[in-house]
Design a protein around this ligand. Structure first.
Ligand code: 5AD
Ligand code: SF4
Length: 472
């Protein structure tokens, strides 16, 4: 297969770069912006880079290779990237640091143009479809010292077998599909990540079985729209079915049977594709966490229409009701955008209304950020920044009061907690997470790390709970 050959070629480049770097004691620094999919991509980049003889450093000033894995979902990431690139100029002049920039932002021409113009000392620019070719790109720079741009517009293939360096040895992310077909009118993702492509179930199962063998307890399945897994035209034509897997629901059921894995999470589903089989699978699979992330984006039917979300306020609320009735102990988290073009006070009130009704466990709130090339950017009735911020603050206030109320419900209960190790803020204490992804801090022996234990919740503190071990 072509994809396998391509990975073999890259393995040869890894070998060549390793030879060049031999005994040089080189270091790399990586900055990852954006979502968990990008973090998973960075784990693959780190896997390749470390194979090529670089060790990680947290100080970019001492790095021989600096890599930015960018996100373009909101504007603030752009400011961050250009700020960092500016800082690197002097360091590059002094140390000859190789600068590489990859990820979603590099799929945007106005950004790569700006880099060529204002930061011409950047060595490698690579896109979302050419990540697997990083060893080749790096080799070319090391050999020829020319600048290089490796960005393609056509959808990349699904490459398997890249080395990977995971950031945790307890929880792992597994990308199950790439790209998005939904074209929500505010969102740049479909333009920079291409159309939906699902990974073959065999490859996903193999990866998770390997993770289980290595002792991982929790996996998070990743995709822009996980419940359309295997639903793209390409897969429908092939009528793929592998060991009973032909949909997202059947994938969950199969993973639920993998010994060693104890928790399964997934992000993000789209409410319009949340079919009954997925609800039933969540209800019946004991390892699938009962916290479901269900992006709302707006509570107003008008705004949802403008956003091209393909559901109404009522449909969203009905879906939540159905899920609550079928899945005992269900909790929900969500994403909300405030200040999308055309959003009136009334529309915004609808968003607050849904938040009040659903009582989310967690809300990721965003101020609408205009993205070049999306329909949202071309809409005439943009909301002034000051109103967006006012609405954001109002929503934040409501969400925080709900979280506080929600937290109260935990006090006095017993929760199953996956222990992650010593707490960063206080190494005397351990930290872990409940099924509903709440952080719990408690006193205990470090040997409990990577185990699921029962903890009694004794108090709540907005962003974390305090627990204690139950003495039998
Ligand atoms: N502005 C603000 N937030 C956005 N998101 C996506 N595009 C934009 C944008 N242009 C948010 C959505 C999505 C989350 C990952 O980022 O809420 O679910
Ligand atoms: Fe963007 Fe919508 Fe696709 Fe999510 S579903 S990645 S918000 S276009």
């Amino acid at each position: 297969m072509q994809e396998i050959d391509e990975i073999k070629i890259q393995e040869q480049y890894i070998e060549k770069v390793t030879q060049i770097n031999k005994d040089k004691n080189l270091k790399y620094y990586i900055l990852t912006m954006g979502c968990q999919l990008n973090e998973n991509d960075s784990e693959k980049l780190c896997g390749m880079i470390e194979k090529m003889g670089y060790r990680p450093t947290e100080q970019y000033q001492e790095a021989d290779l600096v890599l930015f894995n960018t996100c373009c979902v909101r504007e603030n990431a752009e400011d961050k990237l250009f700020g960092k690139l500016g800082e690197l100029k002097r360091i590059k002049e002094k140390r000859g640091t190789i600068i590489a920039i990859g990820g979603c932002m590099m799929q945007e021409k106005h950004i790569t143009d700006k880099i060529h113009e204002s930061y011409p000392y950047t060595d490698i620019i690579f896109g979302t479809h050419t990540l697997h070719k990083f060893p080749e790109d790096l080799y070319k720079i090391l050999e020829k010292q020319n600048k290089l741009q490796d960005v393609i517009d056509i959808d990349g293939k699904v490459y398997e077998g890249l080395p990977i360096k995971r950031t945790s040895n307890i929880k792992a992310s597994v990308t199950i599909m790439y790209g998005c077909n939904n074209f929500c009118s505010y969102c740049i993702v479909p333009y920079v990540r291409g159309r939906e492509r699902s990974r073959h179930p065999k490859d996903i199962l193999q990866e998770i079985e390997q993770l289980a063998k290595e002792g991982y307890k929790e996996i998070t399945l990743l995709g822009q729209n996980v419940n359309s897994y295997l639903k793209s035209e390409e897969w429908k034509e092939k009528q793929i079915e592998y060991e009973g897997i032909n949909s997202f629901a059947t994938l969950l059921q199969k993973i639920n049977k993998i010994e060693g894995i104890e928790r399964i999470r997934f992000i993000s589903p789209h409410p319009k594709d949340f079919t009954d089989d997925v609800i039933d699978a969540i209800a019946s699979c004991d390892k699938v966490c009962k916290l479901v992330h269900l992006p709302l984006q707006s509570g107003s039917t008008n705004t949802l229409k403008l956003m091209n979300r393909k559901y109404t306020k009522e449909q969203y609320l009905n879906l939540v009701e159905k899920m609550k009735s079928k899945i005992p102990n269900l909790t929900l988290s969500t994403d909300i955008i405030v200040g999308f073009a055309g959003e009136t006070e009334e529309d915004f009130e609808d968003t607050l209304d849904v938040v009040r009704k659903v009582c989310f466990e967690q809300v990721y709130m965003f101020i609408y950020s205009r993205r070049v090339g999306t329909p949202g950017d071309k809409m005439s009735n943009q909301i002034p920044e000051e109103i967006k911020h006012k609405r954001f603050d109002k929503l934040k206030q409501l969400v925080e009061s709900q979280i506080e109320q929600n937290n109260q419900k935990y006090v006095g209960t017993v929760q199953k907690v996956l222990v992650e190790g010593p707490s960063k803020n206080n190494p005397e204490l351990l930290t872990g997470r409940t099924d509903s992804n709440k952080v719990v801090i408690f006193k205990g022996m470090p040997e409990l790390t990577n185990k699921i234990i029962d903890l009694k919740i004794i108090s709540e503190h907005m962003w974390y709970l305090k627990g204690e071990i139950i003495n039998e």
